[in-house]
Write a protein that binds this ligand. Structure first.
Ligand SMILES: [Fe+2]
Length: 451
């Protein structure tokens, strides 16, 4: 039933047929409308692409990626999402990344060891108040609503460098340029190498993906302009050169990378049922406010023993939920062999709304859930996940393409009262990324108290 080793579940959720375009990730999510937890008849929509296709020159890969990116992120079709039967999720999965699965297994096993180090060691040696807990261990330092969040712990690190920015940067902006803290190797052997190795791999894949996204967004704008004019009047070369989104290069060169390893503690069985049943009981509703987020996927385990669990033993509603372009809540299962990439709000701005950030949350495993044979009774279930946020320097200017008015970007946002509106945080075209983040963090805190 359970194995001390990491299990790759062999369920129907992990069965794919590749090499046929467009890729279709059959059966790998269920759908719920407005938190009603009703399964949908639609079993499609998480787009899966192949790593080896990312190695093709982006200019020569448009026939492969344009339809897939349109389906995943919107593109031109996003201007009228209500007519789309398959609303974009703002998320894509990448299969076939060399050594990704083995590196993930290796790291996740060590995360359990980290989370079970004595509290006194974690608090004394691995927490960093100066960076506002943006480096090392953080539990109970963030708020969930108006209370300290004890339901999960985070370990923050930069996989690219232990000392980001210049000495002056680090002194002036300790929260933007936190220095890494690592557990002693004798306590969790190989943790630093595993964490940085996987984080760098994920960042590298994001940079490759971003180069293709640049071409996709540029072509969407060109196609949109062609629709409005006689195509013979379009100076394609001029249009290409005036489009300046270059995320491929930015993502490749940046050292602003924040890895966040999450250990979600089992939710209490009694006393907090209202919290357990909430869709966002492990992580509240939010949009990623940066550029691109790489997702290593997740794993469930028994908190008391560290044994990883088969998927049929885990509450099927636990995990990542997103609000799609039609404002429908969907449960997402990123296949174990895939890395996910999620669009952040900065990319929505830079792309002029051709790709859109989608609100998402993480629902806790219901401690009262059990499968039909009651195998899961009284099993406190924990979860491990590892998102890695790939961003730019705080001074980066958040500007839409010059022909794209600010209101067009804002109109593309998914309509929801779950998160503070983008227009109240991106208050002017050209706002610096660092300023946008500060505004966003303060508004989210106030918002979480209201809803
Ligand atoms: Fe997120």
């Amino acid at each position: 039933m359970l194995s001390p080793k990491f299990i790759l579940p062999k369920t129907k959720h992990d069965v794919f047929v590749h090499k046929t375009y467009p890729y279709k990730a059959m059966d790998n999510f269920t759908s719920t409308k407005h938190d009603n937890s009703q399964n949908s008849d639609h079993l499609e929509d998480l787009v899966v692409i192949e790593y080896e296709d990312l190695m093709i020159d982006p200019e020569n890969a448009t026939l492969i990626f344009h339809p897939l990116f349109s389906k995943a992120f919107g593109g031109l079709e996003s201007s009228n999402p209500s007519t789309s039967s398959h609303a974009p999720l703002g998320l894509i999965a990448i299969s076939g990344i060399p050594s990704f699965v083995s590196q993930k297994q290796n790291l996740f096993q060590k995360v359990y060891e980290l989370a079970n180090l004595p509290d006194s060691y974690l608090e004394t040696n691995l927490t960093d108040p100066r960076s506002m807990y943006n480096a090392g261990w953080s539990r109970g330092k963030e708020k969930l609503g108006d209370k300290p969040d004890q339901h999960k712990a985070s370990f923050y690190f930069n996989p690219v460098t232990d000392l980001p920015g210049s000495k002056e940067d680090r002194e002036q902006y300790p929260t933007s340029y936190p220095c890494n803290l690592w557990p002693e190797n004798s306590l969790v052997e190989g943790f630093k190498d595993s964490a940085t190795g996987l984080g760098c791999l994920m960042k590298e894949v994001v940079a490759m993906f971003a180069g293709h996204l640049d071409v996709f967004v540029r072509n969407c704008h060109i196609n949109q302009m062609k629709k409005g004019k006689d195509s013979v009047d379009i100076d394609l070369e001029n249009l290409k050169s005036s489009f300046c989104m270059s995320m491929g290069k930015e993502m490749e060169q940046t050292e602003k990378v924040k890895g966040r390893i999450l250990y979600y503690f089992p939710l209490p069985k009694k006393g907090l049922l209202s919290s357990v049943n909430k869709a966002d009981s492990w992580i509240g509703w939010h949009c990623d406010s940066g550029f691109l987020t790489a997702l290593a996927g997740d794993a469930y385990l028994l908190h008391e023993t560290g044994e990883f669990m088969e998927s049929n033993l885990v509450d099927p509603q636990a995990g990542l939920h997103v609000l799609d372009r039609n404002s429908i809540v969907r449960k997402i299962n990123i296949p174990q062999h895939c890395m996910g990439i999620q669009i952040g709000e900065c990319l929505q701005i830079l792309s002029g709304g051709m790709v859109v950030a989608t609100p998402h949350c993480v629902k806790g495993a219901d401690p009262n859930w059990m499968n039909s044979s009651n195998e899961c009774e009284n099993m406190p279930v924990a979860r491990i996940s590892f998102p890695c946020f790939i961003d730019t320097v705080p001074s980066f200017s958040l500007s839409a393409p010059k022909w794209c008015p600010r209101n067009v970007v804002l109109e593309k946002s998914i309509k929801s009262n779950k998160i503070p509106p983008l227009e109240k945080r991106w208050i002017n075209d050209g706002m610096a990324f660092g300023e946008f983040l500060q505004k966003t963090f303060s508004m989210y805190y106030d918002w979480s108290l209201k809803v």
